[in-house]
Design a protein. Structure first.
Lengths: 419, 211
């Protein structure tokens, strides 16, 4: 009962009805257009008449990177390259051309590859209609719960064809296209006449194509950043921040541990008054002596003043026994403090010299406190800043990459009208 | 279920049926189109020479969809400006009639909706039109004016003298599939699903040399 017609051969040759040259057909009856590359004729192969439906001209003979007739395994399926077209879009007088390959398997049907500047995508036609929402920058297309951002609206014009196509292909034919991206995927709608075709592409490294089709040499390196090219920094930002959080927490724990070992004791606290007098320049005095106990450790001297920004203090911590002085002038506003990192134990006093360029500010009250063995946060803060470098760097690199991607879109950060 | 059988009124060859509900078949020997009247077969026409077959599916191809097995028993072949496509008539293990369409190696399984909701008249069908059918929103994605080329094997209705046919293909956001078939009045509605080739687990396929 089964049909008795012999299985068709893989490649069938016909003579071009225009020039008589050989045209190889690999589409096994599935294709409806074939191109004679000798005389640049498009032949309608859907009917036995094999009529020439177009003769086209091209000032360039494009050569496919995957020779037609080459077979390769893509995602585990064997496909043969049977068709090749070059399409272009024009933006502000500049034309951009890309290649599209028709791949065929007599069971699985058609699949497509697109290539632009070394960027490849593996594409198939959808059997569903994605939902489009929003306008302009917030335009989105949703396909099976995946949201794609609108990237570009353009008119694609076919400028060169080779091999076979499962549709009536013509040079000069235009389609109105919208690309939406969710790297590494690219969702595309193509309108010809009043029919819309949706397709879904996945970014594929050129090396994968070269390996799949066993092509000679190496894949040309990609130029620039492509619409659906996955960002090498994607995921790195999150990882860098996670690493930051981990080390920041470790640093904080260490800091808390250190601060617990500090005694942080008050050794001196006094209230002073200062009455600026015209002509009087030397207002220096010394405090009483206080003890700094224990091992060599930090000392914090803090000043709180009742007047903002009008007083300067020249301070010195002086060891009573050795006479060694640690000078630290402070330009105190409301409050300020200084930490002297390593002060040996001993008996000390402060020499204080308040100064002001103003003589008419009246009496100033201020307080000086001295604390021994204080917790300093400066190393913690420095550590935190150092830890911030990698995640901020990752974020910067990532946003630069995304900037390059969107530079090619309808939503370029710097619009071309300005340039 | 005993399979009905009879002899071809044209050439006398035995003609058996896979599908007890078949109304029409073709004689595998002389390619006469035969219509069943109870036990008798009447020759109503002759199948023209069909163009070389391109589908990997053939009669007696078996597959599985929605956890039901089916076997291909017949087909209708159409041609349109972008090529040709097959509507393969399948019978399930429960005796249901299904259609497996192979258009440019894109496959879809659908069933006739016996009591369809009210459909717009054929003149109002156009791409982009949205229709709510049985609670699902479909969109007309293409209108196809097709030429009936021929039939083969068993079909659930008489179908052999058509000329121009108008079809509207429907899609959803989730790969459901439908066809409004305007060859009848009122039009017929078929609903189903677009299916990847591998998911049908097809057996007894045609072999393609070199593949």
């Amino acid at each position: 009962m089964a049909p008795t017609s012999p299985p068709p051969a893989s490649v069938r040759s016909i003579s071009c009805p225009n020039c008589g040259g050989t045209v190889e057909l690999r589409g096994m009856g599935r294709t409806v257009s074939a191109v004679c590359v000798q005389c640049l004729s498009v032949i309608d192969t859907s009917t036995p008449a094999m009529a020439v439906v177009q003769k086209f001209e091209s000032n360039q003979r494009f050569q496919p990177l995957i020779p037609l007739g080459t077979r390769g395994k893509l995602r585990g399926e064997l496909y043969e390259a049977i068709g090749f077209q070059v399409r272009q879009l024009v933006v502000e007088g500049v034309s951009y051309a890309w290649s599209e390959y028709v791949l065929f398997n007599p069971y699985k049907g058609f699949r497509y590859l697109t290539e632009y500047n070394g960027h490849w995508s593996d594409v198939y036609v959808l059997t569903s209609v994605p939902e489009v929402s929003g306008e302009g920058r917030s335009k989105r297309a949703k396909h099976l719960n995946e949201n794609f951002r609108h990237f570009q609206h353009y008119t694609a014009t076919t400028i060169y064809v080779m091999g076979e196509f499962p549709w009536q292909v013509r040079v000069g034919e235009t389609a109105v296209c919208d690309d939406y991206v969710d790297p590494p995927r690219l969702l595309s709608s193509e309108r010809t006449g009043n029919e819309v075709t949706w397709s879904l592409g996945e970014y594929t490294p050129g090396a994968t194509i070269w390996q799949s089709f066993q092509l000679k040499g190496a894949a040309p390196p990609p130029v620039g950043v492509f619409a659906n090219q996955p960002s090498p920094y994607k995921g790195q930002i999150g990882k860098a921040w996670k690493r930051f959080l981990f080390w920041a927490a470790a640093l904080l724990a260490l800091q808390l541990l250190f601060s617990a070992t500090h005694s942080n004791t008050f050794v001196f606290s006094r209230h002073f008054k200062f009455q600026p007098q015209p002509g009087k320049t030397d207002n220096a005095f010394v405090t009483e002596i206080f003890d700094l106990k224990g091992h060599t450790s930090s000392v914090e001297v803090s000043i709180r003043s009742s007047t903002a920004g009008t007083l300067f203090y020249n301070l010195a911590l002086i060891n009573e026994e050795t006479g060694r002085a640690l000078d630290f002038g402070r330009e105190a506003s409301v409050s300020d403090h200084v930490v002297l990192p390593a002060v040996p134990s001993g008996r000390y006093y402060l020499r204080v010299e308040p100064e002001t360029p103003y003589s008419n500010i009246g009496e100033v009250q201020y307080q000086i406190d001295v604390r021994r063995d204080v917790t300093t946060w400066v190393f913690f803060v420095i550590g935190l800043i150092l830890l911030l470098v990698p995640p901020i760097f990752a974020s910067l690199r990532s946003s630069m990459f995304e900037g390059k991607r969107w530079q090619e879109s309808d939503y370029a950060p710097t619009s071309s009208e300005d340039s | 279920m005993p399979k009905p059988s009879a002899n071809c009124p044209n050439c006398g060859a035995p003609v058996s049926f896979q599908f007890s509900g078949a109304v029409q078949t073709t004689c595998p020997y002389c390619h006469s189109i035969l219509v069943r009247h109870d036990v008798d077969l009447e020759k109503v026409g002759q199948v023209a020479n069909l163009p070389p077959d391109v589908s990997p599916i053939q009669r007696l191809t078996e597959g599985i969809w929605n956890q039901r097995s089916f076997v291909v028993v017949g087909r209708i072949l159409y041609q349109y400006e972008q090529g040709a496509w097959n509507e393969w008539h399948c019978v399930t293990n429960l005796g249901e009639s299904w259609w497996l369409s192979d258009a440019m190696a894109r496959y879809a399984v659908s069933k006739l909706v016996p009591l369809p909701p009210k459909l717009p008249p054929p003149g109002e069908l156009k791409p982009g039109l949205r229709l709510d059918l049985n609670g699902t929103r479909y969109e007309i994605t293409s209108l196809t004016r097709a030429r009936y080329i021929g039939v083969e094997g068993e079909l659930p209705f008489e179908y052999w003298d058509k000329t121009e046919c108008l079809f509207a293909d429907l899609q959803t956001a989730d790969s459901r599939f439908g066809t409004i078939d305007c060859t009848e009045d009122p039009p017929l509605l078929f609903l189903g699903e677009s299916v990847p080739f591998d998911s049908l687990q097809l057996k007894n396929l045609r072999q393609f040399e070199g593949w």
